[in-house]
Design a protein around this ligand. Structure first.
Ligand code: 5GP
Ligand code: MG
Ligand code: MG
Length: 183
């Protein structure tokens, strides 16, 4: 795919690269303040959180380790069901650790809600969540997300880690797809 194809596939840029980077630095500042004197374990949820994890980790001054989980939620079509399967578990024992889950986007919040219960059962000192994006539906779930980058409209977004059929993750901004791509 060349730049011309990408231009045609893209409907609009929702959040430009500069805005993403500014927001991530703000989130990192808040996290640094909140975790002063402590050490963090960042848990990135594969694969969507790769970009936000990489930029957030580099913006943080708090001593930290990084680990990854991959989960899949069973559901029909594009809706997650809340029934989650662990495809890759953590390599780290999180007992007594301060865990910060790093997520790309919270939609229904079902995946995250399951993940938080799973992590809590392992006896961490604390578990909080940092999500770059949050959709309106997330407000209906009881999941407490301490750090949120942007509340966005209920549109399917791509870029900065987020895919459509595994493509577009490498875009440095958040955008929406032109209808011809998925119709
Ligand atoms: P939830 O369980 O909160 O409904 O599902 C969250 C997951 O669904 C995200 O981690 C992401 O993988 C996927 N997802 C939800 N909304 C979008 C979207 O607008 N674009 C993309 N690319 N993935 C999304
Ligand atoms: Mg995710
Ligand atoms: Mg995806």
């Amino acid at each position: 795919m060349d730049a011309g194809d990408m231009g045609r596939d893209l409907e609009k840029v929702l959040i430009p690269e500069e805005e993403l980077q500014t927001k991530i630095k703000e989130l990192a500042q808040r996290i640094d303040d909140d975790y002063a004197g402590r050490e963090l374990l960042l848990v990135g949820v594969l694969r969507g959180a790769v970009m936000v994890m990489a930029d957030l980790a580099r913006a943080l001054h708090t001593p930290l380790e990084m680990d990854w989980m991959a989960v899949s939620s069973y559901g029909s079509g594009t809706k997650s069901s809340g029934v989650v399967r662990v495809l890759k578990d953590l390599d780290t024992d999180i007992t007594g650790r301060h865990v910060l889950v790093v997520e790309d986007i919270i939609d229904s919040g079902l995946t995250l809600s399951w993940l938080l219960q799973n992590l809590e059962s392992r006896g961490p000192a604390s578990v909080e969540v940092c999500a770059l994006l949050r959709k309106p539906e997330a407000i209906r779930t009881p999941v407490d997300v301490k750090y949120v980058g942007f509340d966005i409209p209920n549109e399917f977004v791509i870029g900065y880690g987020l895919d459509y059929a595994e493509k577009y993750r490498n875009l440095p901004f958040i955008g929406t797809l032109a209808p011809h791509v998925y119709s």
